[in-house]
Design a protein around this ligand. Structure first.
Ligand code: MHQ
Length: 264
């Protein structure tokens, strides 16, 4: 397993993961999740804000649009895999995550990492012109035309737009991402009750900060968004199956191993 190879199990690096219940208080749990979010997001929000003027030119859009289907898929698969690797890093530092069996860690990442990438996408999204920071510049839906999955792209952009409307703080995004990842409903879990303990503590943390921010009503909306995330990910899988059937060679030999391991 690539996931295991890249991220060897080493509980000693993170004392909290050994004793998730010894967390002195919920503040400490939240602080720890917020810290790992901060340390694993490629760009800070202020940096992205400052880059907003960088929008792809007509000519640059043309270059993406004239790529072949398999070229563009390979390109996007590489970008997605980069983003997923940061999410794996984030997961490792959620208190309690590394107490789970390797199998359960992988099961959670298999279904949750793409969802967290999509949650994180709202930080990279500019609602003023509906563009996402991609390859160093802001790109609209038309840039992804040659993927030949317009419905997926439109749904992903809609989701990012709706997430932006919630105007979440970085701390809220961090706790929500952790909750998306630590989910007892994922298939193939060995020790559901252990996952449940971790899930409860993260839920408690999210409730705590929403209460502190006087935004308890967000909880309900966030749970609704989790259902949308699930449907987006199954659409992504469906498109990937379609693509792999048509371009088996690209899917087999040119996609990053981690992408194949997670989604194939
Ligand atoms: C992340 C940074 C980031 C990186 C990559 C069908 C298929 C293979 C892909 C961005 C869907 C195409 C992605 C690259 C498209 C929706 C994907 C391709 C936050 C998210 C972000 C900006 C990804 C968003 C989704 C993108 C654009 O930390």
């Amino acid at each position: 397993h690539d996931l295991v190879a890249i991220h060897p199990y080493s509980p000693l690096e993170d004392p909290y993961s050994l004793y998730p219940h010894s967390l002195r208080n919920v503040d400490e749990l939240c602080a720890s999740i917020v810290r790992s979010h901060r340390e694993t997001t490629q760009y800070r929000v202020e940096e992205l804000q400052a880059l907003r003027w960088k929008v792809l030119s007509r000519e640059e859009i043309q270059v993406y649009q004239s790529k072949s289907v398999d070229e563009m898929w390979q390109h996007c698969a590489i970008r997605l895999t980069d983003a997923v690797q940061y999410v794996v890093e984030f997961a490792k530092h959620i208190p309690g995550f590394r107490m789970l069996s390797q199998n359960d860690q992988i099961a959670l990442l298999k279904t949750g990492s793409m969802e967290v990438v999509l949650v994180r996408m709202c930080r990279y999204f500019n609602t003023e012109n509906n563009t996402v920071f991609f390859d160093g510049k802001f790109a609209g839906v038309e840039v992804f035309k040659s993927l030949a999955c317009g419905d997926l792209i439109a749904a992903v952009f809609d989701f990012a737009h709706d997430m932006c409307a919630l105007k979440l703080t970085e701390q809220q995004i961090a706790l929500f991402s952790a909750l998306v990842l630590i989910n007892t409903e994922r298939p193939c879990l060995e020790d559901r009750s252990r996952v449940q303990r971790v899930q409860r503590s993260v839920e408690f943390g999210l409730t705590h900060i929403l209460h502190r921010d006087n935004q308890e009503s967000l909880m309900h909306k966030l749970y609704q968004r989790m259902a949308v995330l699930r449907s987006l990910c199954s659409l992504h899988m469906e498109k990937l199956r379609w693509f792999s059937q048509r371009y088996p060679l690209t899917a087999h030999s040119l996609f990053p191993p981690l992408y194949k391991e997670l989604f194939a």
